[in-house]
Design a protein around this ligand. Structure first.
Ligand code: NAP
Length: 484
């Protein structure tokens, strides 16, 4: 299968924080891969900007090292790398200072797409936005890309939105949630709205419940102190899991266009019911075999921040009333596994009698590892001896189905950056979406803070605290196994 690579328009992309971890691990290797794929026009340019003093050559060697380290699964052809580095430049700028902006203006070309990636702490977003305008660097067509975290509550998200809105129109602002750039996540929309098979069953009449799991095996490690200020709810649920929930639950948009899709997602967030504390389980990983506990990693032996959370969400609308959406995410769990599972109801009547047992169809959409989909269907167990039923998976691995194109599904960042250049906001969060997500999350966090709730300990390598299992058992359900 040959994929179509459609080159984007000429662009100048400035990466503020161009020497930082995110730029080196994701953004620049991603751009290199797009360059190798032939998607980048001949004269596209990438300008790194940060406080430290570097000349263009030093910046290029930083990027060369980053490509070797982080684009390693891609052909690292020195000639290709050299041609890519030729597009790079560097400018020393302190986001809060006045130096460097004139030089940056001098580097930018007219008549090409101008994009500015804010890969810096959110506290600097407003300063950079303001200086891009006051120095006449950005214009009405320019785009800015901002990274998570977009606020830590509704108030701070509103302030960030307001700071950006002073200088850029909403149509120019691209809030990244890299989950939306994942191939499987987009496939969710293709599966739902490109097939007649699923959508008629996609409602509370046929769906028993939905599980969304994002499990990691790593702990918070060296990021402990930083992570301790956010926790699983702010770091994962408010953005990534909520976006997955929206795509699963939303009504079909009238068109695949940015505002039509985002309007439908927003309606889902606004229809989320408040959750009482019986339907939220928070956990912290324990010490295990010489490895530190969460609290040791966080540098605070009394920390009440969660490294695990499981919750039951209900959506008040005609499609989903009565159908639970169970969300869970955590660190140091049994396996690295992210999946969405749509568990359908049992057939209303079994013609095969009680002994045939209960069999529910499950559509599982895997984000990692091995992106793909499995549909569990019930068939007759082969052989004589009567009608015994068994469940078998109809399994599709995207890597196998796409053959040589499988490499194309590896990284979300490069797809999203190309969408910025194309001016397509469909896979980016709109300001009101982010605010609505915080408006729903804030009271939950305030609730456990007011109760001085202490997260339950769990053993590393497990599926989280026992209470999380119990939450589903009480309702006659069980979590799917976390499998690598
Ligand atoms: P980082 O490694 O600390 O890098 C920060 C970058 O910003 C460096 O290039 C730094 O270079 C530059 N910088 C800092 N202060 C500056 C200033 N006043 N003016 C201009 N440049 C400045 O951080 P990071 O991990 O790359 O994260 C960047 C942003 O992405 C953060 O908002 C983070 O939350 C978000 N994010 C990161 C990841 C990730 O995997 N790393 C994932 C998701 C989101 P100088 O010190 O030389 O100025």
């Amino acid at each position: 299968m040959v994929s179509r690579v459609i080159p984007v328009d000429e662009f100048d992309l400035v990466i503020f924080g161009g020497t930082g971890d995110l730029a080196r691990r994701k953004i620049l290797p991603g751009l290199y891969r797009r360059f190798c794929a032939g998607q980048m026009p001949e004269t596209a340019r990438i300008i790194g900007a940060a406080r430290s003093e570097h000349d263009a050559e030093e910046f290029k060697s930083i990027v060369r090292a980053a490509i070797h380290e982080f684009a390693a699964n891609h052909a690292c052809d020195e000639q290709q790398i050299g041609a890519f580095l030729d597009r790079l430049d560097y400018v020393q700028i302190d986001a809060r200072g006045e130096g460097g902006w004139k030089e940056l203006k001098g580097m930018m070309r007219e008549g090409v797409v101008k994009a500015f990636y804010f890969s810096v702490a959110p506290a600097l977003f407003g300063d950079i936005a303001e200086r891009l305008q006051s120095n006449g660097i950005a214009d009405a067509e320019s785009r800015i890309v901002v990274e998570k975290p977009f606020g830590r509550d509704l108030q701070s998200a509103k302030k960030l939105n307001a700071d950006l809105a002073k200088h850029f129109h909403e149509t120019q602002i691209y809030r990244i949630d890299h989950y939306l750039g994942k191939e499987t996540v987009q496939n969710l929309m293709a599966v739902r709205f490109g097939n007649i098979l699923f959508e008629p069953l996609w409602n509370s009449q046929y769906v028993d419940h939905i599980q969304i799991t994002v499990a990691e095996t790593v702990g918070v490690g060296g990021r402990g102190e930083y992570y301790d200020k956010s926790g699983a709810m702010r770091d994962m649920v408010q953005n990534h899991l909520m976006q997955l929930l929206c795509l699963i639950a939303m009504e079909p948009p009238s068109r695949f266009d940015p505002d039509a899709v985002r309007d439908e997602k927003l309606k889902v967030i606004r229809a989320l019911e408040p959750i009482d504390h019986h339907h939220i389980v928070r956990g912290q990983y324990d010490a295990y075999e010489g490895e530190p506990s969460y609290r040791e990693d966080a540098g605070d032996l009394r920390s009440r921040t969660e490294s695990f959370i499981a919750m039951r969400c209900m959506i008040s609308n005609w499609r989903w009333a009565g159908t639970p959406f169970y969300l869970r995410t955590g660190k140091k769990l049994k396996a690295r596994n992210s999946e969405i599972a749509v568990v359908f109801k049992d057939a209303p009547h079994s013609i095969f009698g009680e002994e045939a047992g209960r069999h529910a169809n499950v559509l599982s959409i895997r984000l990692q590892p091995n992106e793909g989909m499995t549909l569990k269907v019930t068939i007759k167990e082969p052989g004589p001896g009567g009608m015994r039923l068994i469940d078998v998976p109809l399994d599709m691995s995207f890597a196998e189905a796409l053959g040589d194109d499988a490499e194309e599904i590896t990284d979300a960042y490069e797809r999203l950056i190309m969408d910025v250049i194309r001016g397509n906001q469909t896979l980016f969060m709109r300001g009101d979406e982010v605010e609505a997500a915080w408006a729903w999350t804030d009271p939950l966090i305030e609730g456990w803070e007011a109760r001085a709730d202490v997260p339950k300990p769990y053993e590393p390598g497990s599926s989280g605290p026992e209470d999380s299992m119990m939450m589903l058992h009480r309702e006659g359900r069980r979590w799917r196994e976390i499998k690598g």
